[in-house]
Design a protein around this ligand. Sequence first.
Ligand code: ADP
Ligand code: TRP
Length: 322
Amino acid sequence: MARILTGIQSTGTPHLGNILGAIQPGIELSEKPENEAFLFIANLHALTSIKDAEIIRENTRSVAAAWLAFGLDTSKNTFYRQSDVPEVCELMWYLSCFSPFPMLANAHSFKDKSENLSVVNTGLFTYPVLMAADILLYDAEFVPVGKDQKQHLEMTRDIAGKVNQLHEDLLVVPDSLISEKVMVVPGTDGRKMSKSYDNTLNVFLPEKKLKKQVMSILTDSTPLEEPKDPDTCNVFNLFRLVADDNSVAEMRKNYLAGGYGYGHAKKELLGVLVDKYEEQRNRYQELMEDPQTLEDALKTGADKAREVASGVLTRLRDALGY
Ligand code: ADP
Ligand code: TRP
């Protein structure tokens, strides 16, 4: 069995980009019989930017509900909330004493984030050490992440290597799994769909609200009767990611033929989103209205996670003299 581990920051309701780019590929990996997945909600990392307790709680529930609505099997895998395993903070301290200061100071993500902030907190600086602790606490072997997290994974490997100079094989040095076929889901304005750009489609919303988001997709001003280029159109580029092949071919033909407006295309896109994700939307709503079921699932995950964590931590405490 290969132990796969990944964390999902809880910074808002997962959007279509998160679903197609992270949740569905993550669930596929977790379903392979040769894998055992540890998936957790990185709600401690979220504190680097969010300081409101209710928002922290709400985002955690929302991310958990999204993963469960898309069918994550919590009996085969370990699905938990980062803060439910406080051992991670202890490990983070040990690891920070092995982390070279310049390595952290050179992190791209720290430099990018701190440039845009008036107040830079130390949590932002030590973010990669907490991430290393997330991974090393569970003897994870493979960590699927997006390209933007590659440097953080290299730091994790570096830190583990430094600890292993004390004793060989004290920590498992993980490999990153960076997906080759990176799918970038465009947002309503054509840039990458992202919470930070306010250009998301939220498929968990009721139809009326989702319709508003779909109708806001940016298009050019080609008149209805004229032929249109499907490949440069945001509506078509979203449609091709969610519709079946026949419908995509049909829409392409309509664009090229003319007499087919962006309003028609948006209506079709909305229809596909509403139908395709009906079951997940209902399940998500049920879970959001039933916090106890979410709590129970996360609690079961935390118990499983803590068992593994305490074994690894004991090994490390021993080696360090505690
Ligand atoms: P956001 O940009 O909305 O803040 P995150 O950075 O929290 O999203 O991303 C969480 C996960 O979702 C990551 O694994 C990331 O690669 C994936 N993801 C985010 N946006 C997209 C997108 N537009 N297309 C594909 N995958 C995405
Ligand atoms: N930093 C990751 C992100 O922003 C989330 C994360 C936290 C993570 N801890 C992790 C990912 C451990 C993989 C492994 O997407």
